[in-house]
Design a protein around this ligand. Structure first.
Ligand code: 6GU
Length: 460
């Protein structure tokens, strides 16, 4: 990932980030950091870049020309997402950090003085962002804050890929308190339960502490959490039919866009997928308008809703049966050589899985969400978890079929889901009887209602 920062104080950016984890990732070539001095693009005497504001008022304004030329020197004719740091921007959140972390390249424009000439902002800025309701002297610290938050989500930067998901804001809850040695310090003992070795109890205690803390210090966040829990509880009355929405919310990727008794719209950030459900099988105006423009895929629970969305321009992709594994016990796995695939297996996966593009498969591999069956150290089949949470992408080389490899792969993946506290579920395209038999054999239950996948015209 490439970060460019347009600034009057490039050394602030370079020196501010160099000693940190971000600096290490730059050394390892996972990130690049390019601070560009706007003053170098001045065409005036003494490299002047500011002037008085038309209409009067306090202070000086950065002029359009040097800002534009600095931006152009970086962006050229490419479309690069450009963030203007300003207290007048939309608030920076973990959600925006996650969205920006998917970009290959970002430009940050740091304001100074009283701001920047509006005309150049109109031409180059894609996002105006503020880091909070207070005023700083310039955009450099906010740019560094954003770079830090975004960079730690880029695979490889933190080293340990699971650490991003357990922390604050992952389920609208703040993190629980933590303790290290010694067991007693200043006459304070580490809570007993943490020494018990009982992981179920520990998880329960941590959740309770998270809830208690969030209620106390962030009632706004707690309200979001409580709403999701209420919806999960309601959906769980028909768990088989709603498992995709339940899992999207409980795994922390789903966000409630619309909720009205019997109608629900969820945006799953992982899969850029909107999930729609209504008891009366119809899409109201309000539900339709809640669909964000960045959504590429829709997952719908009724034929009527699917038809109405087709009339609105979405393209039908497929109708699937939904299957889920509700037992808590892991499944036996006969084939022993199953382990995570790595980026080195990208060509193999791409060659044998037709339904997704290389970028998607790369992301799934990097997320550690694809597993391979190996023979003599070469993959001979694979399976994975899709970005929105369903199991799929199952493939076995022709020479290795009819030996139970598919069953082993799926059983293995279901066990990994159980370890994460997830309920494993998947979609079987209508007509794929062989896959249905496999789900049956492994003990998965079929939901009574089918689901429908739709996409934007370009996606489908
Ligand atoms: Cl992005 N810029 C400035 N100057 N002040 C801020 C800010 C940004 N976010 C909060 N305060």
């Amino acid at each position: 990932m490439k970060f460019h920062v347009l600034t009057l104080f490039p050394e602030m950016i370079e020196q501010g980030l160099a000693p940190s984890i971000i600096g290490r990732a730059v050394e390892k070539n996972i990130l690049s950091l390019n601070a560009v001095n706007i003053r170098d693009f001045s065409k005036e005497k003494h490299s002047k870049v500011d002037d008085y504001t038309y209409g009067g008022g306090a202070g000086m304004l950065l002029q359009a020309q040097p800002v534009f030329d600095a931006w152009k020197s970086v962006a050229g004719d490419r479309k690069v997402r450009t963030v203007y740091l300003t207290p007048q921007g939309t608030p920076f959140t973990q959600k925006l950090a996650a969205e920006l972390a998917k970009e290959p390249e970002l430009i940050f424009l740091c304001g100074h003085y009283e701001g920047i000439d509006e005309r150049v902002l109109e031409e180059v800025v894609t996002d105006s962002v503020s880091i909070g309701d207070y005023v700083l002297t310039g955009g450099e610290l906010p740019a560094m804050v954003m770079i830090d938050a975004i960079a730690r989500l880029v695979p490889g930067v933190l080293g340990n890929d699971t650490s991003a998901e357990e922390e604050s804001f992952f389920n609208d809850l703040l993190e629980y308190p933590q303790y290290s040695r010694p067991e007693t310090w200043h006459e304070k003992k580490v809570p007993e339960v943490l020494l018990s070795g009982d992981h179920k109890k520990i998880t329960k205690w941590r959740l309770e502490r998270s809830i208690e803390k969030t209620k106390r210090v962030r009632p706004d966040l707690y309200a979001k959490y409580a709403l999701k829990q209420e919806i999960i509880k309601k959906l769980s009355k028909a768990k088989r039919n709603h498992i995709h929405m339940i899992e999207s919310l409980s795994r922390g990727l789903g966000e409630v866009l619309y909720y009205d008794n019997d109608a629900l719209v969820i945006y799953d950030r992982g899969g850029e997928t909107v999930m729609l459900h209504a008891g009366n099988d119809s899409v109201t105006e309000a539900m339709y308008h809640s669909i964000p423009k960045e959504a590429k895929l829709l997952l719908v629970t009724g034929a009527g809703m699917a038809r109405q969305l087709e009339e609105r321009g979405y393209v039908f992709i497929c109708r699937c049966s939904q299957f889920l594994y509700t037992a808590k016990e892991p499944l036996p796995v006969k084939y022993k050589e199953i382990r995570p695939l790595t980026l080195q297996d990208l060509d193999y996966v791409e060659e044998h899985y037709d339904y997704e593009d290389r970028a998607y498969l790369t992301e799934r591999l990097q997320a550690g969400m694809m597993y391979g069956a190996y023979h003599e150290n070469r993959p001979v089949g694979f399976i994975g978890v899709h970005a929105e949470g369903s199991l799929g992408m199952l493939y076995v080389d022709p020479a290795y079929r009819r030996q139970g490899l598919a069953a082993s792969l799926e059983a293995y993946l279901i066990n990994r889901c159980i370890e994460r506290g997830w309920t494993a579920y998947g979609h079987v395209i209508n007509g794929n009887e062989e896959s249905k038999r496999l789900q049956d054999k492994l003990g998965l239950y079929q939901a009574s209602n089918d689901v429908y996948w739709l996409g934007t015209a370009e996606e489908a």
